[in-house]
Design a protein around this ligand. Sequence first.
Ligand code: AMP
Length: 480
Amino acid sequence: MINTATEINSSTGVSDAAAPTDASNAPPATITFADFGLDPKIQKAVLEQGYTIPTPIQAQSIPHVLAGSDLMGAAQTGTGKTAAFVLPIIQKILRHASSSASPARHPIRALVLTPTRELAVQVSENAASYSKHTDLRAAVVYGGVDMKEQVAILRNGVEILIATPGRLLDHIGSKVANLSQVEILVLDEADRMLDMGFLPDLQRIIDLIPAQRQTLLFSATFSPEIKKLAQSYLRTPVTVEVARQNAAADTVKQVVHMVSSADKQRAIVQVLEARTRQGLSRQCIIFTNSRLGCAKLSRALERDGIKAGAIHGDKSQGERTLTLDAFKSGAIEALVATDVAARGLDIPDMPCVINHELPYNAEDFIHRIGRTGRAGSKGDAIALVDASEKRLLDDIEKLMKRKLDVKPLPEGAPSPSRSTSSRSSSSAPAKMSDPFFYKPYEPSTPPVAASDNAKLEEKKVGITPAKPAVGALLGGFKKK
Ligand code: AMP
C-alpha cells in the first residue's frame, strides 16, 4: 500500500464506492484501475508499472478528474498523486492523439506546473511511462539548463507539458510555447510554489490559459493562501484529502538525539555505524539548511569514510542528476541535501532520513521526513537537535500534535559536551565569519529569463535561513 491515508474530508462528495473505508484508508479491494474505464493503452502502461490497486488519492481523484471537475487534492509526494492526475489527463486528451509529424497537430493540451526541476522531471518521467502506448507526447522544461534542446522539443509539438514557472515564461516570451489550447492545468505542490514566490509567475501563466479549462491543484496542506489561490483559479472544486494534514506517515519511526552542533557530524557517523551493526541499510538523506553547510558536511563525511554526495542549488542540473543516480545505484550512501534540491525527488524505499539541523519552517520537517516511509515501506527519521534548536523542535511537535521520542545516541557516540577537531567544524553552527550568513538580501525583480532555481535559492537561502541562524548564534532566536 502506498503511504498511509489517515483522514478523509467528509465534504468531498467522493462517492462511497471510491472512498476508502478503514482506518488506513486502503482503497476497497473492489476498486481496480479497470474500474476507471481508462483506455486499454493506458491500462497496459499502468500494468507494466506494476500497479495493481489504485492508491487512496488515485481511487478518489481519478473519477472526478475524468468527470471534468476542478479538484483540490491534499496529498504529499509518495502517495501516488502523480498518477492520480496524469492518468485521467491522458484519458481526457487521448482523443487528440495524432501520429502526424506536424507540430500543429500537437499543441499543448495539458500543463503541469511544479515548483522544482526535480519534481518536474519526476512528473514528466511518469507521464512518459503512462502515455507510452499512445501517440501523445510529454515533455519537460525547467530552468538552469540551456534552452536550445527545450526549444526544439516545444517546436515539434507536445500535448503534455510539465514546467517550472520561470522557464515556461521564458519560452512563452520567445513565442516557443503557446498555451491557447490548454484544456487542463495542474498546479502541483502549489504550497511550495507559493512559498517560493512563484505567485506572480503563476498569475501571468494562468492568464494565458483559456478560462474554459479544468484546473487541478495539489498541495501538502490547505493553508489560507492555498485556499485563496483555489478561490481565484478553480471553479467549485471537489476536495480530496488523503493524508492527514501536518502528519508524517505512520510507517516512519521518528527519534530525536540531543547533540551539540559541534558533535553532529560525528553523530551521523555513529548513527550509520549503528545501522550497519543492526543490519540496516546505510542509505540515507541528510538534510541541511544551507547550500554551504550542505557542501561542507558532504565533504566532511567523505573524509570520515562515508560515501557522501551533496545536492543543492549551486549544483548544475547535470551534477544533480549524476549525484542522484549514484545515490540510487548505491555508489553514494549519504545524500546530503537542502530542502530545495530534495523537493520532489522520488527515491523509492528510502530507509532513513537524518535532519542535521531542524528546518526553520516546521512544515519543511514533514516534507523532509516524507522522503522515508513512502509507499508503505518502513523508515527511520532521525533528528539531531542542538539545545539552541529547542524552539524549532517545539514548533514541529506543535504542528504534528505529538511529542517526538528523545533517545540517547547509539553506543559509541560522542558525549554531547565534547567538541570535535577543526576537521569536523563543518557541522558546527554557522559562524559569523561564514560568508553565507553575511550575504545580504537584495530584493530582486528577476527578469523572466531568471532561472527558477536562482529565484528559489534566493528565497530559501538568501532570506529565510540567514536570520534565525544568526539569531540562534546570538542565543536569542526569535520566531518570525
Ligand atoms: P508519487 O506520490 O506520485 O510521487 O508516487 C510515489 C511512488 O508510488 C512512485 O514511485 C510511483 O511509481 C508509485 N505508485 C504510484 N501509484 C501506484 C500504485 N497504484 N501502486 C503502486 N505504486 C504506485
